[in-house]
Write a protein that binds this ligand. Structure first.
Ligand code: TPP
Length: 580
């Protein structure tokens, strides 16, 4: 049977068909739907959200060491977090097959950087496969697990936004139900990486790499599509699709295994064509290695942003793509991303702005507070960085009364807890605000240890941030309803004015979790509104000016959630509650 599947759904299907037992991940666009699909469609597989990518990989490592097949998934920056176990896992190797799916985001549709994860495979000396459509996404998961077991190595599978989120037909097969794993069997020289064992295993890694290089030349994952002899293109993944579309008559060496490169095959291909090109996204990963082989090659690709057929059209055919702007007769309004109407994060940033505090920020929906009109977040580096950064500022300047760290609940669990431990341990006097909206909103509302529910829909113990803070030794811990502006105002003042570490936890759920209908909306009395537009400083998408000439405001009753934060800041009390 064939089914139309996205790349992520196909990867999940591959795990199912390959007999995977344990799948672990931390959400992150564009990888998130892999685990969501496994959890909703394949109960044969134990599926979980781990608190972060490092733990996800370590859970996979345990399953593999016990003899079970496992899949671990994350977005590209997640591999940075998981890199520590990954690099040593390269030394230990596996028992049951282990595939680490990494979804890159060229063009940064939803990421803080656009690193090219192929470099990780080379760095960790492990094989990497790169599918170019959903069928391959499924097949390559199965192949990856086989290679993993055959060569005693973790295998990376590289997806990108276009592969993960595009749909194409996939042929489905039954699950290859494997015997339950035998369980962990002692083998300290393989599994316990003390220096003496690590030295031995490093030699094994180098030997394995040589074997993998030979395999890469012979593997059916590499496809030489010979057409004309004028142009030869070495490519992989979505770049293959673009190359085929733009150059239907060119010969293509399509690499399904993108590390290690098949040197013999590339030489053979190069000898058959007049001019050798490489089409790849982001880094000149193939290009540099092919040059090192002493071959003449021209690289086409973009170091910045996503590759597209347009880039290749211009390069190969000299045809410039038409401008993407909307025609002049259809002036579309700009729609920058914004926090939802009624989002519980909004009032916190409104207050922080009013107080003129430096805000070290983090990653989540609340990062949007960097945009107008709030423009309040001052730093955002990676998940968890808000807390360490605030502490660093405090230690450098000796002042804790003018800086606040702001972090979401999922991000706090992911990598904020250790930062907080550092603050306690090293006697920081700063203020941390956890925006607890009971979900991982940014990536589509996934559960995490602080929500009390698992990915598989079970109730579980809820990590209680207040209790955690107390055990860590934090004396000032306050929970606040962020819709209560007076209380929020007072608590922030108190916290930053203290000469000790303070933790504030806002406690209203993400609006998108709301099940009950609204009981009220906010409504503007046009007779008393003076058009001061103070309420527009909130950046709530439900509030707008009546017209360019009439500065008074109106509230869209379809969008309004009834949070009434706008009413609380209106100086003329023109915003009233309207029951619905
Ligand atoms: C290392 C890493 N993993 C995953 C992501 C994707 N990601 C961005 S923010 C975020 C969590 C957001 O949840 P939370 O902190 O609770 O804030 P919210 O969006 O709910 O306001 C995730 C998973 C990332 N940017 N970096």
């Amino acid at each position: 049977m064939k089914k139309l599947l996205s790349g992520n759904e196909a990867i999940a299907r591959g795990a199912y068909e390959a007999g995977v037992r344990v799948a672990s991940a931390y959400p992150g666009t564009p990888s998130t739907e892999i685990l969501e699909t496994i959890a909703s469609e394949f109960p044969e597989i134990y599926a979980e959200w781990a608190p972060n990518e490092k733990v996800a990989l370590e859970v996979g490592v345990g399953c593999s060491f016990a003899g079970g097949r496992t899949l671990v998934a994350m977005k590209h920056v997640g591999v940075n977090v998981a890199a520590d176990p990954l690099f040593t896992l390269s030394y230990t190797g596996v028992r049951g097959g282990l595939v680490l799916v990494c979804a890159d985001d060229p063009g940064m549709h939803s990421s803080q950087n656009e690193q090219d994860s192929r470099n990780y495979a080379k760095f960790a000396k492990i094989p990497m496969l790169a599918p170019s459509d959903s069928q391959e996404a499924k097949d390559f998961v199965i192949q990856a697990l086989e290679i993993s077991e055959q060569f005693d190595t973790p295998v990376m599978l590289l997806s990108t936004t276009r592969i993960s989120h595009s749909k194409s037909l996939v042929e489905l097969f039954e699950r290859n139900e494997t015997e339950p794993p035998e369980g962990f069997v002692k083998e300290p020289r393989k599994f316990v990486m003390i220096p003496a064992h690590g030295r031995l295993r490093h030699a094994v890694v180098e030997e394995r790499l040589e074997k993998l290089k030979a395999y890469s030349n012979e593997s059916p994952l590499q496809k030489m599509e010979m057409m004309g002899t004028e142009v030869g293109i070495v490519t992989s993944g979505i770049s293959y699709q673009y190359s085929r579309e733009v150059m239907p008559d060119a010969s293509i060496l399509k690499l399904g295994m993108v590390y290690p490169l098949p040197e013999k095959l590339i030489r053979e291909f190069a000898s058959k064509v007049d001019k050798l090109y490489v089409v790849e996204e982001l880094d000149p990963f193939f290009e540099e290695q092919i040059r090192q082989m002493g071959l003449e090659v021209q690289g086409i690709g973009k170091r910045l942003g996503e590759l597209s057929p347009d880039v290749l059209m211009e390069f190969f055919h000299g045809v410039k793509a038409p401008e993407q702007d909307a025609p002049a007769e259809m002036p579309l309004p700009g729609r920058p991303p914004a926090m939802c109407a009624g989002c519980p994060h909004r009032s916190v940033f409104y207050m922080l702005k009013k107080k003129g505090l430096t805000v070290t920020g983090d990653i989540g929906c609340y990062t949007l507070s960097v945009l107008p009109p709030l423009e309040v977040m001052d730093t955002c580096v990676c998940m968890g960085a808000s807390i360490g950064s605030a502490m660093g500022i405090e230690k450098a300047t000796g002042r804790s009364d003018n800086v606040v760290a702001v972090i979401g609940d999922s991000t706090f669990v992911h990598s904020g807890i250790t930062g907080l431990v550092d603050m306690v341990y090293n006697k920081s006097k700063g203020t941390v605000i956890i925006l607890d909206n009971d979900t991982t909103a940014m990536t589509g509302r996934q559960e995490h240890p602080g929500t009390g529910r698992t990915l598989m829909g079970e109730e579980t113990k809820r990590l209680d941030f207040v209790e955690l803070a107390k055990v860590l030794g934090i004396e000032y811990v306050k929970e606040v309803n962020p819709y209560d502006l007076d209380m929020l105002d007072a608590v922030i003042d108190e916290a930053v004015g203290l000469d000790k570490l303070a933790l504030i936890i806002t406690n209203q759920p993400c609006l998108l979790l709301r099940r009950e209908p609204r009981s009220r909306v906010a409504e503007v009395d046009p007779d008393s509104c003076i058009g001061c537009q103070l309420c527009l400083n909130l950046g709530c998408p439900a509030i707008s000016s009546i017209s360019p000439d009439d500065k008074r405001v109106e509230i869209d009753p379809m969008l309004c959630s009834g949070c009434m934060v706008c009413a609380k800041i209106c100086r003329t009390e023109s915003i009233k509650e309207l029951s619905v």
